[in-house]
Write a protein that binds this ligand. Structure first.
Ligand code: BG6
Length: 487
């Protein structure tokens, strides 16, 4: 991916957790790989608590370097990466400070990217301050999730930002869209004739999408307690994955063709009747437990979390899509913190053969299934039945395996690296358009409202398990179970 387009990448929240763990390491990787970033491209970090560039570079050495590259740091590349970094001290509460930024950026070639790695309450003030010094021209703005708290607050942010930046200047990031296997799902579906004819209600019985984490809320207790898993993961990551799994083949891979098709799916989600929420959505909260041999505390005792918190750390929800392709096929979405394993995967369960000439073993589960593992160990596996060697016709489930690191030894890219390069190069396809975001909020809102007004505690689950039993019961009603329950 060669580029010669110059840029200035302005990082608001330059000392925040996201900058430290994701954004600066991703920019370093792009720099180290060579040829991905124009030589003249610069990074301008913005922060309030740091005195000057030298102090910022010290901070980067201390805090960012440990998060860089699994394969160790290339010291020469690291040194030249630091040369790209400049620093402007700005108090975001003080709009006049933005003249310092304007002066620092004046006369620079290429596009300006403003990355807002800050809380959403700062999005509008920062955009207004940028506009007040004329920096909204020739620029792109990147907004981190969560964008708002509900449909109303997200609309308020989008309206205000939209008065300053045109939609094609706005990059709403959802890092799940940048993950390599998600891209590969598009290649699998639309680059082969094999799957597409089967990718519909006639042949698919159910679909599961799981994002399970072993981590708890870490240092983000305060943020998380006001957010919860439905806003943090379902409204964005899980619904985006669902829309990619379920979308119609796009006309091309240009940004609006893909996003138009995803939007159609989001608009076709069957609205949830508030009276049914108890049947189609489960929310849970972890209690103390053990993960990989270590005791972990209950959510309610984490720093920043209210002791009597009703915030959910687990959600499982049944989704239906009202169109010809998917009518009647349940999509089960699930996410949780402090679960038994860290795994993100999409499981497409195909129907069993309608009649088995091979005996009952051809009808049992474990085969006729496609599993797309997003992390860890990115793989796509197609489970089929095969005859066991030896006498008689005994069948066993086997799989065809696409393990990416076996086929492609080089060139793997972290999600943030891909997405940041897309922003710099003006590619919008992997960013969420405003109408998609609105449709997603509209769908989750009845659940949010019901949970807020019912004021019932979430169902408890022990850390280190797969969440509340009710999540399994929901699938049992459809004659199925979560993938790990089969093994
Ligand atoms: C973020 C959420 O968007 O995604 C976090 O805010 C979550 O709570 C994270 O831990 C998970 O991302 P990944 O890529 O580590 O699965």
């Amino acid at each position: 991916m060669q580029t010669d387009s110059s840029f200035t990448f302005v990082l608001f929240g330059g000392t925040g957790d996201l900058s430290m763990r994701k954004i600066l390491p991703a920019l370093y990787e792009a720099h180290r790989a060579g040829g991905m970033l124009a030589d003249s491209g610069k990074i301008v970090a913005v922060a309030r608590h740091i005195a000057d560039r030298a102090a910022y570079i010290d901070w980067v050495n201390e805090h960012v370097k440990p998060h860089v590259s699994k394969n160790g740091v290339d010291e020469t590349a690291w040194a030249s990466f630091l040369d790209r970094i400049e620093f402007v001290k700005i108090d975001l509460g003080n709009p006049e400070d933005f003249t310092l930024l304007r002066d620092a950026l004046s006369g620079r070639p290429g596009i300006r990217v403003f990355y807002l790695a800050t809380g959403p309450s700062l999005f509008v003030p920062i955009c207004r301050a940028l506009a007040s010094v004329g920096l909204n021209e020739n620029s792109r703005i990147v907004l981190e999730k969560p964008l708002g708290y509900d449909l109303k607050s997200s609309n308020a942010i989008n309206d205000a930002v939209g008065e300053i930046f045109a939609e094609e200047q706005i990059y709403r990031i959802d890092h799940y869209l940048g993950k390599e296997p998600v891209q590969n799902l598009l290649a699998l579906r639309f680059g082969n004739v094999l799957f597409e004819p089967l990718w519909r209600r006639e042949w698919v019985e159910s679909i599961q999408i799981t994002i399970a984490e072993e981590l708890g809320v870490e240092a983000r207790g305060d943020f998380y307690d006001n957010t919860g898993a439905l806003r943090d993961m379902v409204q964005n990551h899980l619904l985006q994955l669902l829309s990619i799994v379920a979308m119609e083949p796009p006309h091309s891979m240009d940004s609006d063709s893909v996003r138009d098709e995803k939007l159609r799916v989001l608009r076709a989600l069957k609205p949830i009747d508030p009276r049914d929420i108890g049947k189609v959505a489960v929310r849970g909260q972890y209690h103390a437990g053990v993960i990989r041999g270590s005791a972990v505390p209950a959510y309610a005792t984490e720093p920043g979390v209210k002791q009597d918190s009703n915030t959910e750390t687990f959600v499982a929800v049944k989704v239906e899509i009202e169109n010809w392709r998917w009518a009647g096929v349940p999509f089960f979405l699930r996410t949780g913190k402090r679960l038994a394993d860290r795994v993100a995967e999409i499981v497409v369960n195909f129907r069993a053969v309608p009649h088995s000439a091979l005996g009952a073993s051809a009808l049992r589960g474990g085969a006729n299934r496609l599993v797309i593992r997003l992390q860890p160990n990115e793989t796509i596996r197609l489970y089929c039945l095969a005859k066991q060697p030896g006498e008689g016709m005994n069948l066993a489930s086997v799989h065809l395996d696409l393990a990416f690191d076996r086929f492609f030894r080089e060139g793997q890219m972290e999600a943030y690296q891909r997405l940041l390069l897309d922003v710099i190069n003006g590619r919008l396809a992997l960013f969420v358009r405003r109408d998609e975001q609105e449709a997603a909020w509209r769908w989750v809102e009845p659940i949010l409202n019901e949970w807020a007004t019912a004021n019932k505690p979430p169902k408890p689950y022990a850390a280190g398990t797969w969440g509340p039993a009710a999540a399994s019961a929901m699938l049992a009603q459809h004659g199925t179970c979560w993938l790990e329950e089969e093994n």
